[in-house]
Design a protein around this ligand. Sequence first.
Ligand code: PLP
Length: 358
Amino acid sequence: AYNFNAGPSALPLPVLQKAQAELVDFRGTGMSIMEMSHRGKDYEAVHNEAVSLLRELMAIPADYDILFLQGGASLQFAMVPMNFLPSGRKAGYILTGSWAEKAYAEAKQFGEVFEAAGTKSENYRRVPAAGDLSYAPDSAYIHLTSNNTIFGTEWHAFPDTGAVPLIADMSSDILARPVEVSKFALIYAGAQKNLGPAGVTVAIVRRGLLEQANAGVPTMLRYATHAKDNSLYNTPPTFGIYLVGLVLAWIKEQGGVDAIHKRNKDKAGLIYDAIDKSGGFYRGHAQQDSRSLMNITFRLGSEDLEKKFLDEAKKAGFVGLAGHRSVGGCRASAYNAVPVEACRALAQFMIDFQKSNG
Ligand code: PLP
């Protein structure tokens, strides 16, 4: 199948094959990694290898902790304000789509928030320009969503918020392109798009931010708890972290994040080209300068035609092309593990479909 699911999404085939080969006998131990103590040396090696590969691939500076958490990105929507929004201060949210809105709504339950910028009035066709942001210099933090999975937009240059900590939900584009981690105080991502299976959430947090955390946060919801114990305060999602490690090793084998980024540009380019050269038969949802490399959203002339397109695509072996219910139309999610051939095949399918229906 050509898997264009928005998430959980494709995993690299060699990763699945390796996990299969090691499933019942992990590297000669006679046991599955799932059956091992999270305090034993075999699992510990897997855990630390995943941490160090992520540090290497993203060039994460030494003053940042890398955490493996649970609860998905959605729990981060709560943990961020619980830890870093003190009473008497306000946190700014940049509203660029449904996930950004959810993060904002969640933060409202814990403290004072404001909209630092937003593009709802334009149906989230673009992300704001850095100069559109408005916030007070004593804001607790500014939160953004680096890639808007549902609307298919992505920040191409991040705003510089100076001394105000910048926090990013990178769930749908982490490791898709190089990112300067030092611009952010905290980056978080659910693993199930670019990093591995659902059930693991990665957080990359500057130690200086941890030191400013609110008191009184329940133990499991405190970033500092997990930072102090290398994400081994309680039993972590061991099998998921093992798979994340395999995905990271695969990215390294591909040539690292720069090589993956180049491949992602080629992949998305094939599909955007089919849209742009269609003379309006396909219409991209995102404004060109905000286009996502990961989620390519487009519409056809009518809902009937969209249905026909999706039906025929499904028969041709393309999985997961229906747009999110809030946007409609079509969405091709070309995450890191989606091969170039799948994007080439989809672009050709789009051209052929237009020929027979245009
Ligand atoms: N943030 C973004 C950008 C997402 O794309 C998603 C899921 O699709 C989420 C948050 C929610 O993630 P989770 O299901 O891990 O809570």
